[in-house]
Design a protein around this ligand. Structure first.
Ligand SMILES: NC(=O)c1ccc[n+]([C@@H]2O[C@H](COP(=O)([O-])OP(=O)(O)OC[C@H]3O[C@@H](n4cnc5c(N)ncnc54)[C@H](O)[C@@H]3O)[C@@H](O)[C@H]2O)c1
Length: 251
């Protein structure tokens, strides 16, 4: 009998998989038996992470340099992954950045960059990898959005917009791909301790903690466990949902 929530025989690609939440996702999918492609702007870190994942979990991994905002770069990434693995069953659109600031002072380049990476990046990857998924009549696309995209956050007009857009993209793709047995879901993390959040001012951290009924910050592993669930065979009747992994911050 296969183990519950096993991903043995599956292949996954995690964007922004070199560190933080993406790395935890790569590790968790590997622990359940999936081969993992780690795609990141930082190829140095991606290579290290890929080696670590293979050593720790005994699965095949590859590392790829990609800028998800760049369509040509994403096409090359998809081609290379299919060449190495033959198929990508699970796509996790995790690469994301913040460039926070009040609207009055927000630079056009900071708006564009956040939208290009967080939203267009996910579109690029879904477009490049959905064709082979359609052919295989199997796929799991999981988009890492944020509670900031669900409720909006002052000082994050660009980030909240990109993450809200990602929720719209999730639902549109879920409808478009449903008949091909491809599910598309989003995960909205609350405050997770990573490089992205470590330099936030103390008062923002305290404020976030007060808003979290479970009274603690989340870990990358908390997000990764939810990804592994949505990536599994067992969640085959779940599509178009936004799963908050936020200690109850938004409900
Ligand atoms: N940390 C949190 O509290 C939190 C909360 C909600 C949502 N998220 C989301 O989770 C995801 C991961 O966040 P994290 O905290 O691990 O951040 P992180 O900065 O630690 O990791 C992001 C990774 O994405 C890569 N990346 C950045 N731009 C890229 C590009 N253009 N192409 C390819 N890779 C690129 C980075 O090199 C890095 O490895 C992001 O989408 C973020 O918005 C994080």
């Amino acid at each position: 009998m296969t183990q519950a929530l096993s991903l043995a025989g599956r292949t996954a690609l995690v964007t922004g998989g070199a560190r933080g939440i993406g790395k935890a996702i790569a590790e968790t999918l590997a622990a359940r038996g999936a081969k993992v492609a780690i795609a990141d702007l930082r190829i140095d870190l991606a290579e290290e992470t890929a080696k670590e994942v293979t050593n720790n979990f005994g699965v095949e991994t590859i590392s790829l340099e990609v800028d998800v905002a760049d369509t040509a770069s994403v096409k090359a990434m998809a081609k290379e992954t299919i060449k190495a693995f033959g198929q990508v069953d699970i796509l996790v659109n995790n690469a994301g950045i913040t460039r926070d600031g009040l609207v009055m002072r927000m630079k056009e380049k900071d708006w564009d960059m956040v939208l290009d990476i967080n939203l267009k990046g996910a579109f690029n990857c879904a477009q490049a990898l959905s064709r082979p998924m359609m052919k295989a009549r199997y796929g799991r696309i999981i988009n890492i959005t944020s509670v900031s995209g669900v409720v909006g956050q002052a000082g994050q007009a660009n980030y909240s917009s990109s993450k809200a857009g990602l929720i719209g993209l999730t639902k549109a793709l879920a409808k478009e791909f449903g008949s091909r047995n491809i599910t598309v879901n989003a995960i909205a993390p609350g405050f997770i301790e990573t490089v992205l959040t470590e330099n936030l001012p103390e008062e923002i951290k305290e404020f976030s903690l007060k808003l979290t009924p479970l009274g603690k910050f989340g870990t990358p592993k908390d997000v990764a466990n939810a990804v592994a669930f949505l990536a599994a065979e067992e969640s085959s009747f779940i599509t178009g949902v936004v799963l908050n992994v936020d200690g109850g911050m938004v409900m």
